[in-house]
Every structure is written in C-alpha cells, then in structure tokens.
Design a protein around this ligand. Sequence first.
Ligand code: FPP
Length: 248
Amino acid sequence: MAEKSPDLPLARVPRHVAIIMDGNGRWAIQRGLPRLAGHKAGTENLRRVIRSTVEFGVKYLTIYAFSTENWGRPAEEVQGLLGILQDVIDRELNELNKEGVQLRHIGRLERLSPNLQERVLKAIDITKNNDRLILNIAWNYGGRDEIVCAIQKIIKDGIAPEDVTDQLVGQYMFTAGVPDPDLVIRTSGELRVSNFLIWQTAYSEWYVTPTFWPDFGHEEYRRALEAFAQRDRRYGKVSSGELQESNA
Ligand code: FPP
C-alpha cells in the first residue's frame, strides 16, 4: 500500500516525470544479496512509485528499465531482468489496467523473444484507452540509438533537409506525442545522463538523490516534486521578474 499522501497540495505538479532507477545492485550488495534481489526490490518499489505518481497527479511517467548497454551485463542478470519484465506483464497488467494506467514502450523490442514481444504489444493494446497515467517503459532503450533510428526514418521518408525542424525530429522519436519530461529523477547519486532521453531532456529539471532506488519512497518523491516547484525554468531566457525590472 502507498503511504498516505500529505494533505498540502503541491504548488506546481510536473506533467511528465522521468526516472533513472539506479542503485538496485548496490542496495542488494549492501545486504549480502545477489544483484537480482535488488532488481526485484526495485520492481516492488516501482509499484509504489506508480501509485504515488497517480496520487500526485503527474500524467506521464517514463522509467529507464533496461538500456541498450545493459545487454553487456552478466547473462544471469540480463536473463533475470527479462524475467522481471515478463512477470510484471503477467502479474501487474490487470491491476495497472484497473488503475487506468496506459502502458507504452520506448526503445526496440527486436532483441526480445517473439513470445515476450507479443506480450508487451498485447499489454500496450489492452491499456491503450486508459488515460489516468501514461507509463512509458524504456526497455532496450538508448538515447543515441533513438536519434539514429529517427535519422534513418527521416531519410527513408524522403524528408527535404529544409523541412527537418526541431518539431519534426520530435515526431520521429520513440516519444512522439509525449511532452518532454519536466523533471528527471536519478537515484543512487550518480551525476550523469547515461544515454537517457538525451533529446527530450534538453530543458528538464533534475533531482539527484543518494538514495538507492528500492528505498526511494513516497516522502522523498514528494520532496523531489517540491524542489521542482521551486525551480525557475528559464529555457535559456531570463526570468519574467528580471524582464519586468529591465523594462521598468
Ligand atoms: C540500475 O541499477 C537498474 C537497472 C539497470 C534495472 C532497473 C529495472 C527495474 C527496477 C525493473 C523494472 C522492470 C520493469 C519491467 C518495468 P544498477 O543495477 O545499475 O545498480 P548499481 O549501479 O547499484 O549496480
């Protein structure tokens, strides 16, 4: 069960939160457990965070579950993560569907077994009319791969160079139709982007915490949203207050 939401409303709620769920391995090692136990605890936490996301009124949540680089991990860990993906679909789909969550995938499904690809596509299809929360699962996802894929499609579609605009490129991304993330949360303290949504996060705000992903709970999520609400988003311009002063 999610903890009770504090009563005070947030001053400003991001439309789209993206999360790098890092630190599962270290969480497990600290407890003398295999790394996969950390990923399982991380998956449990994801259930709680999805609930909190709905409670906070965030409309889009994108989670980095498996990167194009993660194939380079030990075979046992990769197999374990693929097993988790299958379990999540088998065990959580009904609940997610009931809660009004629409599942989407970003990345490439090609390297999954045909059976798992079919399950993912079916889950997407079953939930496609839900609109309480759009949950984008980045699986076999890499930001550079996404950009390469977009360029290939743009060329294949015979788009003239002068028609290649910021908006058009956005439409060729896996995230087409989804607003850019307002806030990116990264757990476990690493200060890097790790090939996550490198096009879409050009002006996202960041919240980095040393907390390992399995321990990132409702309270800290709320603190991240409170920190976001305090940010002055200038998008490379000056703040509206400064503008008024300079015009005075
Ligand atoms: C990073 O921690 C975490 C991952 C590579 C996997 C995250 C995946 C899940 C929580 C499962 C979610 C599953 C679905 C299907 C949505 P790490 O292993 O890099 O941690 P470390 O840096 O401490 O080693």
